[in-house]
Design a protein around this ligand. Structure first.
Ligand SMILES: C[S@@+](CC[C@H](N)C(=O)[O-])C[C@H]1O[C@@H](n2cnc3c(N)ncnc32)[C@H](O)[C@@H]1O
Length: 321
């Protein structure tokens, strides 16, 4: 069971770390609570699969039904694959058909603000392949079941001709940078996190489930820091390259505090400002916090009524040497 309380928006870590509680507590503002508790109002971005040749022109259908192309507005992608709707219009998930590529992928549009270099189930990997034209995309996932899921996503969306561009590996991300030090221009660490949406919907299973998740949650900041620091993401990126750290939680200890810990302990890295590049051009459509409070350790997309994208935290770190 999950109990929601009204309170300050984010920094309530003491509650999470209390080992005595067998139910989960999330303190969150009323508007965010309403959004997160009401899946009926959740919005999904529709990423067209440019590799498939669907019989229907989904692009035309989407535009005719009030969707807009968010890649065009952001001017961030070479091609604009993602469509979102101003109201919570739901597109059905395309079924798996043997030997056929799926025409589109559904995901929280806030996720598309980052480029993913690794990990299941592969939504950001797909976005990277469609927009960033990488010479090589290495998708790393440690969990074998999730790696199978990732492989299925790639099989369902990526044509054979691109198969040599994508590799799938199964290393522990915490030591990835040791074996492939400085090999990558860009690394996305879309980290395992407490995932506020799925936390709220842990469903029947009750207190026991909540207790396990609380214990897991307490371990996350350490895991996230290990994944980001110099043995892993920041070691795999070459000097001059960038690592993006992202989560889908509002938790300060999994977001800003992880970034702060890494900046304080890793020499030769520099935090980059995302406000001008991302938050300002998109503020009409996404609710970012903080805005205008630089320097900040990252940007948080906060779900609101009518703009239910997020939560999504983003921080970009450049490796100087
Ligand atoms: C938030 S999910 C990634 C979602 C993905 N980027 C996407 O867009 O579909 C985080 C993933 O990290 C994986 N993971 C957890 N610990 C890991 C580790 N030590 N090394 C590598 N992957 C890990 C989890 O199994 C999970 O699949």
């Amino acid at each position: 069971m999950v109990v929601l309380l009204e309170g300050s928006p984010i920094s309530t870590e003491e509650l999470w770390s209390s080992a005595r509680v067998t139910i989960g507590f999330l303190v969150i503002s009323l508007t965010k609570r309403k959004v997160l508790l009401n899946p009926g109002c959740w919005q999904y971005g529709v990423i067209l699969n440019l590799f498939s040749s669907p019989p229907v022109s989904y692009r035309a259908v989407l535009l005719n039904t009030g969707f807009w192309q968010y890649g065009v507005m952001l001017n961030l992608f070479s091609s604009p694959p993602c469509f979102i709707h101003p109201s919570p219009v739901r597109y059905p998930s395309p079924p798996h058909r043997q030997g056929q590529l799926k025409p589109y992928y559904l995901m929280n549009a806030a996720s598309l603000l980052v480029l993913d270099l690794c990990s299941a189930p592969g939504g950001k990997a797909l976005a990277i392949l469609q927009t960033a034209d990488p010479a090589l995309l290495c998708c790393n996932e440690m969990d074998p079941h999730r790696r199978d899921w990732l492989a299925k996503t790639l099989e369902s969306f990526i044509p054979q001709s691109l198969s040599s561009t994508v590799t799938v590996s199964n290393q522990d991300g915490r030591i990835f940078g040791q074996s492939e030090a400085g090999m990558y221009d860009k690394v996305l660490l879309d980290a395992p996190c407490s995932n506020d949406r799925s936390w709220l919907f842990s469903g029947p299973g009750g207190e026991q489930h909540g207790a396990v998740r609380l214990r897991e949650r307490a371990r996350l900041p350490t895991l996230q820091t290990q994944l980001l620091r110099y043995m892993s993401a920041l070691a795999a990126v070459r000097p001059g390259g960038v690592a993006v750290y992202s989560t889908c939680t509002l938790s300060r200890s999994e977001n800003q505090e992880v970034v702060e810990a890494v900046l304080n302990t890793c020499p030769g890295v520099e935090l980059q400002d995302l406000e001008e590049e991302l938050a300002l051009p998109l503020q009409e459509h996404f609710t970012f916090t903080p805005l205008g409070h630089t320097p900040s350790l990252g940007l948080l997309v906060v779900p609101q009524q009518g703009q239910t994208w997020g939560p999504m935290f983003l921080s970009r770190i450049k490796r100087i040497h």
